[in-house]
Design a protein around this ligand. Structure first.
Ligand code: SF4
Length: 357
């Protein structure tokens, strides 16, 4: 076992770049070095798989083709474009950063790592990716994939979640960036992590372009690396969600408070705790609905990064809403056009068999 400072990362570009040129998957965000396009792809790819991102990416860019369009988009439309990708804060930060780029940089992306890093929603990884891919800067983009590859190459058993380990890798890797090919090197590392040096017990060492350099392959330790900090157990919370349906097939939606999980997003009327059927009917009244009958119920789980929601949901037929209500009532067309419903609540529509048309 050794440390990052002892490994010859400088030999890595020579091993990876020809392989990347020959084997890289053709992905739409690799067709251009336009920082807007690279930025949108990097943010979408955080916590979302490539296959799932492809459709969203095309639709998003068709609707918002540049930083000016993103800066001026209405938030409801933005969230609708993001619906299903989850982690909606990412979308809001995109808009906030676009506003800064328009206001402070005249709509032209800043090139310096520090200026990129200062934009809302752009962390070390994304700043490193944009600066290297779009502006050929020797700025590593270190995510879980790169930490895994580096730990295996160097046969390094230091905990990769420790800030000191990340700093050591950043320093060692930055010194290895090949001038003129920084973007390709960043992307070659990403590609290696996505297609060859896979997590868990599945590294494909037999087809790895860096195999001759790899110390963990030589020592038979690849499957034990990287060493990660113990994950905190997710907190479990119970909720009750109501699918209130009026005689015209419209359903009730309410806005969540601005702060907290899914802050400011549309939701089904809900309350903490797993409520029984009678309590659910009372809860519907508390939201200003006139419940007539309880039509169905279901239970499901929705997992966030740190929290797991156990949701009990009820479908309740309601009389036509009158007067003041804590909710708006939206039919399928209005929902499709204007109201982004996070997956945590959209799942209730499936479980309770609400036709989406
Ligand atoms: S040789 Fe195996 S463990 Fe080493 S970098 Fe390649 S795939 Fe990963």
């Amino acid at each position: 076992m050794s440390s990052f400072s002892e490994f010859p990362f400088r030999a890595l570009p020579e091993a990876l770049l020809p392989w990347y040129a020959a084997c890289a998957r053709p992905l739409p965000w690799r067709e251009s070095r336009d920082p807007y396009r690279v930025w949108i792809s990097e943010i979408m790819l955080q916590q979302t798989r490539v296959a799932a991102v492809l459709e969203y990416y095309a639709r998003f860019l068709a609707a918002l083709p540049d930083v000016f369009a993103l800066a001026s988009v209405d938030e409801a439309r933005l969230l609708k474009l993001w619906e299903g990708l989850g982690y909606y804060r990412r979308a809001r930060n995109l808009k906030r950063a676009a506003e800064v780029i328009v206001a402070e940089y005249g709509g032209v992306f800043p090139e310096a790592y520090a200026a990129l890093r200062a934009l809302p929603g752009i962390g070390d990884y994304t700043a490193g990716a944009i600066a290297s891919i779009c502006f050929d800067a020797p700025t590593p983009a270190i995510d879980g994939n790169v930490l895994r590859i580096a730990a295996r190459l160097a046969d390094c058993a230091d905990c990769v979640d420790a800030p000191s380990t990340k700093r050591a890798l950043h320093e060692a890797l930055a010194a290895a960036y090949p001038p003129g090919q920084c973007g390709a090197f960043t992307q070659a590392l990403m590609e290696l992590g996505a297609t060859v040096c896979l997590p868990g017990g599945a590294p494909r060492c037999a087809v790895c372009p860096a195999a001759s350099l790899c110390r963990s392959r030589m020592h038979g330790t690849a499957r034990e690396l990287p060493v990660r900090a113990k994950k905190q157990q997710r907190r479990i919370e119970a909720y009750t969600a109501l699918l209130l349906v009026d005689p015209d097939g419209r359903i009730a939606l309410c806005k969540r408070p601005e702060s907290g999980l899914l802050g400011g997003l549309w939701a089904l009327p809900n309350a903490p705790g797993a409520r029984g059927p009678q309590e659910a009917l009372a809860l519907a009244e508390a939201f200003g609905a006139k419940p007539l009958s309880l039509a169905a119920s279901a239970e499901y789980t929705h997992v966030f990064t740190h929290v797991e929601w156990r949701i009990t949901c009820y479908r309740i037929a309601c009389a036509a809403p009158e007067g003041k209500s804590a909710c708006i009532w939206a039919d399928a067309d209005a929902r499709a056009a204007h109201y982004a419903l996070p997956t945590a609540f959209a799942k209730a529509l499936e479980h309770l068999h609400l036709e989406q048309r």
